[in-house]
Design a protein. Structure first.
Lengths: 143, 154
């Protein structure tokens, strides 16, 4: 498994733990009313699991297992390292920004927090486009 | 990677991009209102990502990597080539039904929620039936490949 694929998969594991921890806290909050922040974090928690865990795991495994580019045409058989790093950074920056900003935006409705949440969406969309560009040439028959 | 898998994976990546862009538009709409109709695309955003992207990626990779068929029909040799994977025509039916279901839902649901027009509700119901049929055809096709590796083992 190449180092960057390991990083994707390990980061996905962190989101799995974080997502389920947040799920447990939200469930506790439903019962004990711990914090207002938890009361508005459900959508964010869902995205941590759907994007941070499942989608990131799928991206990491695809980067590892999909047929490699032919060496004679490409010195890097996994595709561009720079693009793979950009996808990783955009995806995780978007997710962390969303986790940091969205619950507070739902609590306060402040415009600058809405702008941060919008930026998190743009970063994640950029990661999706980048992943498409990174992996497209590797969706091919194996020689 | 077989042709059917390549089609599934490429389609799933297009849905990932579409779903993520729709998600970004929904979040931008929370900051700079783009119009009342924008919120109606939320179900399409969810379907693109959960079914179009993740489910379709899983289906395509399962078709590629699951153990080959181990049983043979009476009087015939073990299947070889693409036949080891199961029925390829049936897999294409799954692919067509899944994508028809996702696209019909993405088109029909927002329009139905917005207009309330009865025929559009029928379109949404049809999309659900397409997705159900896709799931059924996939499971029937792949059931025999969920097994230990090696001929004669089940």
């Amino acid at each position: 498994m190449p180092p960057l694929a390991r990083l994707y998969v390990r980061t996905a594991f962190v989101y799995l733990i974080g997502g389920f921890l947040l799920l447990a806290l939200i469930a506790l909050d439903d019962w004990l009313r711990i914090s207002r922040w938890l009361g508005v974090a459900t959508i964010t928690q869902l995205h941590l699991l759907m994007v941070g865990w499942i989608t990131q795991l799928a991206i990491g495994v695809a980067y590892w297992m999909f047929p490699r580019l032919l060496k004679k045409n490409n010195p890097n058989p996994h595709g561009s390292d720079a693009l793979a790093w950009a996808v990783y950074i955009c995806l995780n920056a978007g997710l962390v920004l969303r986790l940091a900003a969205e619950p507070f935006f739902r609590m306060t409705g402040q415009s600058w927090l809405a702008a941060l949440v919008a930026l998190s969406g743009v970063l994640q969309a950029a990661a999706a486009v980048g992943f498409g560009l990174l992996i497209w040439a590797r969706i091919r028959p194996q020689e | 990677m077989p042709t059917a898998t390549r089609m599934c994976v490429k389609a799933s990546i297009l849905y990932l991009i579409l779903g993520a862009v729709l998600g970004a538009v929904l979040l931008i709409n929370g900051w700079l209102p783009l119009g009342p109709a924008i919120t109606y695309v939320k179900p399409a955003h969810v379907h693109f990502l959960v079914i179009g992207w993740l489910t379709q990626l899983i289906l395509g990779v399962a078709w590629w990597l699951f153990p080959p068929m181990a049983f043979r029909l009476r009087g015939q040799d073990y299947p070889h080539g693409q036949a080891q994977r199961g029925s390829e025509p049936l897999f294409w039916v799954t692919f067509a039904l899944l994508n028809a279901g996702v696209l019909l839902y993405a088109l029909g649901e927002p329009l139905y929620a917005w207009t309330g027009a009865g025929p559009l509700g029928g379109l949404v119901a049809l999309s659900g039936l397409c997705l159900f049929a896709a799931a059924l055809s996939f499971v029937v096709n792949l059931w025999g490949r969920v097994r230990r590796l090696g001929r004669g083992k089940t």
